[in-house]
Design a protein. Structure first.
Ligand SMILES: *Cc1c(COP(=O)(O)O)cnc(C)c1O
Length: 424
């Protein structure tokens, strides 16, 4: 079976042939590789091609594919039963493991996806503040719940618009959209709207490509929210246990009221979470009036994988330093090769996350990111794939280093970059 054939067949039975849109490779005018297996830093497609994998399941696999410790933990849990819909000790164990390092987070609740975590965090913030509106940032992604699929209206309009069919204007109008790294745009909205329940932000944005927030901006944001009795939600679904062990908090110590986790917290199985101080978390059902539930929430396999993954990350003190060094080497090398060929390229890394944009100027927000040359990206992506390097098929994604990568793989990747840059 070829990838082409497999995709053709999949499209007959699965909408668009994929179960999440970016997997379709539509942005790069190609068809997806069908993966037969992964091993460490590598994935293999059904045609037998191997690739260094910088997608790592879009972030969760901090320790690469088929990590022995995570596999063992899952197998052990599976033998005892895959789901009970009743409490297990694993849930408390992971809860303690996560919470013990965050002085501002007392309690947590586990869910199965990042989408659920942010959706629930927003309901919680609304329930706690008894206010209606929420504020998000252009270019930030927080999953696909209705109130978060909203983009900024054009400069001239006051209303924001749904970014998906099926999302009501009536819902979208409660979601305000500000500009990333631009405190004035937030201040303006706070002046206009007195009923903002919360501000949700990726403190290290990874869904418009990699764009870290400036420290002064985040500090200002927290202050503004305090002054206006709004809660701050840091969506660390991607950056948690990725940018550093404690995500953005581990880098700048800035405390949000509610923090969401996902991806690495499930070690490659479906788990995510939201956490806050007790006063906020205790208004969740069954203690309080904010309803939230899930049949598979806190699933024992996912908890076991999460515990194994987080424990391993916590134990290896040098891990993030090592991953950061590889990310630095790779992005630094790419920048140098681009300069040699006079190609416009911006690069960035934070811990095990890295990004690159084919654009002339530094990227501080979504508008800057959109200036990237998508044709150049598309050609680059294709050449890299041909040379055995698997990158996300979109300019607006973050790439990931896993613990199984080494200097030799980075050198191989840079050689592929050199060859690709010659041809684009
Ligand atoms: C991936 C992601 C989500 C959504 O998580 P899913 O598990 O895909 O629902 C939410 N927020 C951020 C920052 C993410 O990167």
């Amino acid at each position: 079976m070829t990838n082409k054939k497999a995709f053709k067949e999949a499209t007959q039975f699965i909408a668009g042939g994929v179960n999440s849109p970016v997997r379709a490779f539509a942005n790069v005018g190609s068809e997806p590789r069908f993966i037969s297996q992964g091993k460490g830093a590598y994935i293999f497609d059904i045609e037998g091609n191997s690739y260094i994998d910088y997608v790592q399941s879009w972030g969760p696999l901090l320790f690469g594919h088929c990590d022995k410790d995570i596999q063992k933990a899952c197998q052990k849990a599976l033998k005892k039963g895959s789901s009970f819909g009743a409490p297990t000790l694993l849930e408390t164990e992971l809860a303690k493991l996560v919470l013990c390092d965050f002085p501002h987070l007392d309690k947590i609740r586990f869910v199965s996806s990042g989408t659920e975590a942010t959706m629930s965090a927003i309901r919680l913030a609304r329930g706690f503040t008894k206010k209606d509106k929420i504020l998000k940032f252009e270019g930030c992604y927080h999953g696909h719940s209705d109130s978060l699929l909203v983009s900024a209206g054009s400069g001239a309009t006051t209303f924001n618009s749904p970014s998906s069919l099926g999302v009501l204007e009536d819902v979208a109008k409660y979601t305000l959209v500000a500009k990333y790294n631009d405190l004035a745009s937030v201040e303006e909205l706070f002046e206009k709207h007195k009923d903002i329940a919360c501000v949700i932000i990726e403190p290290i944005a990874g869904n418009m490509g990699l764009v870290p927030a400036r420290q002064e901006f985040l500090e200002g944001l927290v202050k503004l929210c305090k002054a206006n009795q709004s809660l701050v939600i840091f969506d660390e679904v991607m950056s948690g246990y990725r940018a550093s062990y404690l995500g953005s908090y581990g880098i700048n110590g800035i405390k949000a009221d509610i923090v969401t986790f996902g991806k690495v917290i499930g070690g490659g199985l479906p788990a995510a979470a939201f956490a806050a101080r007790a006063e906020i978390m205790d208004i969740l059902s069954p203690l309080g009036g904010v309803y939230q539930a899930g049949t598979l929430s806190g699933n024992p396999l996912a908890m076991a994988a999460g515990i194994a993954s987080i424990t391993k990350a916590k134990k290896s003190k040098k891990l993030y330093e090592k991953l950061g060094k590889l990310a630095k080497k790779l992005t630094g090398g790419m920048k140098k090769l681009a300069e040699e060929k006079a190609l416009p390229l911006q690069t960035c890394y934070v811990g095990s996350m890295f990004g690159y944009f084919f654009t002339q100027k530094p990227v501080l927000n979504y508008e800057d990111a959109l200036k990237s040359d998508l044709k150049l990206f598309s050609k680059f992506h294709k050449h890299m794939l041909q040379r055995g390097v698997y990158l996300a098929p979109s300019q607006f994604e973050t790439a990931f280093i896993c613990s199984k990568m080494n200097d030799k793989m980075i050198a191989f990747t840079l050689e592929a970059v050199r060859e690709s840059f010659k041809r684009i």
